[in-house]
Write a protein that binds this ligand. Structure first.
Ligand code: PDD
Length: 285
């Protein structure tokens, strides 16, 4: 149960960053969350590809290559020695003037945070969680593109706060045009008339690694899958809803705005995707 923090190649028990780092001051940073299975980070290449894409999305140059980052991840995992780890890779703009202009920041900080994997209760997977369709809108793609995984999560924080005020565990957001997007740290899937539906990238979502895997699994296993644009109200007509993400994997949703989804239990397509996804993880080499 150890936490280790690697800052620019230096592994420590606690990590400290200057308050003049623009990551702290302005959320001027990017990050990835990766988990291990049997001690090995899975889908790491996909996560690192997205990390570099996010860097380019905020005009930030990461001062090391993927090989260096992989080596540092392994060294930090070895130092922590957990059975399974949660890995957060953060790249900040670095220390600069107390002004938003990033040109005063010449050294991005690369932080690799390793801790024990957070335990999600079996009950949540068995019964499903509650979500609320909140009034906070997901950022539009031409404001702060949700496809770029930045450290600026205030949009999602506000959505989560609203959901909690409504008595729900998580939030689903629509975009400024009222179309379904995603959860606060996960992608959204729902089932209608036997078809698996998920908002398309053009709605303004993070292109989740788990989402991509689920799309492949659905296509390979005869589940009709459609990416598209749907108004928020469409979710109330769903027979099944689930969320996907690296930490929660495939999480059924059984309550939407205090009303049961379908018959209030994880449905057959959700259960099938949960099984297929866990088999995919079990069979990784
Ligand atoms: N979140 N959408 C948002 C807004 C997210 O923050 C995440 C991931 C996802 C799912 O992406 P992936 O399947 O690649 O994990 C979708 C991570 C887990 C987090 O911030 O903790």
């Amino acid at each position: 149960m150890t936490t280790k923090i690697n800052i620019n190649g230096d592994i420590q028990d606690e990590g400290f960053i200057s308050i003049l780092d623009h990551g702290f001051l302005f959320g001027d940073s990017i990050y990835e969350v990766v988990c291990t299975d049997e001690g090995k980070p899975y889908f790491l290449n996909e996560h690192l590809k997205r990390l570099y894409a996010s860097a380019s999305g905020i005009s930030l140059e990461i001062p090391h290559d993927e090989t260096w980052i992989k080596k540092q991840i392994q060294a930090t995992l070895d130092s922590a020695g957990n059975d399974e780890s949660y890995i957060r890779i953060i790249v900040t703009r670095g220390v600069g003037d107390l002004d938003i202009d990033p040109s005063s920041c010449s050294h991005p900080n690369i932080i690799i945070f390793v801790k024990n994997i957070p335990q999600i209760s079996e009950e949540s997977y068995a019964k499903g969680i509650s979500v609320a369709l909140v009034s906070i809108k997901r950022n539009s793609r031409d404001a702060l593109n949700p496809a770029v995984k930045t450290g600026n999560y205030l949009n999602n924080v506000l959505a989560r706060v609203e959901a909690q005020k409504m008595g729900a565990e998580d939030a689903i957001m629509v975009n400024p045009w009222g179309q379904l997007t995603e959860g606060t740290t996960s992608n959204l899937f729902f089932v209608k008339e036997g078809r698996l539906l998920t908002p398309e990238k053009g709605c303004g979502i993070l292109s989740g690694i788990t989402r991509e895997k689920i799309i492949l699994l659905a296509n390979e296993n005869g589940i009709t899958l459609e990416e598209g644009k749907w108004p928020g109200e469409e979710l109330f007509k769903a027979d099944e809803v689930f969320l996907s993400g690296t930490v929660k994997k495939v999480m059924p949703v059984s309550v939407l705005d205090s009303r049961p989804v379908g018959d209030g239990k994880p449905g057959p397509i959700t259960q099938k995707i949960m099984r297929l996804y866990s088999e995919l993880l079990e069979n990784l080499d």
